[in-house]
Design a binder for this molecule. Structure first.
Ligand code: ZN
Length: 149
């Protein structure tokens, strides 16, 4: 694929890549760094708050998240290591246009991940930010909001 020429496109419900479990990134290269940058650009261009690799046809554990309050996260291999409490609200998804589903999530999470320099990070998130991380990590496991209906 050539991201430069064609740009990434958002895959929608029915595309099998959305149901595949994404591979963890073992050897970080410019491919992943470029993919994360392109994903962020695409996310902003459609006013999204998060995007995961499978949503653009890349079956690797990559996510970008920006809820507007704590800056842009570009993460590899995110994994939730602690959960506290619950929250429930309506969620949409760029890959499931026109649908919104009430989803119960953890209120507060701690996650570990790598940044785009392969540096390990521990991130604590709550409320909307925690919700978006959980939604994007679902994508890495092939899970979509329609599965919560
Ligand atoms: Zn989504």
């Amino acid at each position: 694929m050539s991201m430069q020429e064609t740009g990434l496109k958002i895959r929608t419900l029915g595309d099998p890549v959305l149901r595949k479990k994404a591979r963890p990134v073992k050897n970080l290269t410019d491919f992943q760094r470029k993919a994360l940058s392109e994903m962020a650009r695409l996310m902003y261009s459609v006013s999204g708050v998060g995007l995961a690799g499978p949503q653009v046809g890349i079956s690797e554990a990559l996510i970008v998240v920006d809820t507007g309050s704590s800056g842009l996260y570009k993460l590899l291999n995110p994994k939730i290591i602690k959960r506290q409490g619950f929250q429930s609200s309506e969620e949409g998804c760029l890959s499931v246009p026109g649908v919104s589903v009430k989803v119960k999530r953890s209120q507060k999470i701690t996650l570990k991940a790598l940044d785009e320099q392969a540096k390990p990070l521990i991130i604590e998130a709550e409320d909307l930010l925690a919700r978006v991380f959980q939604h994007e990590i679902d994508h890495l496991n092939g899970k979509l909001i329609v599965d919560y209906q």
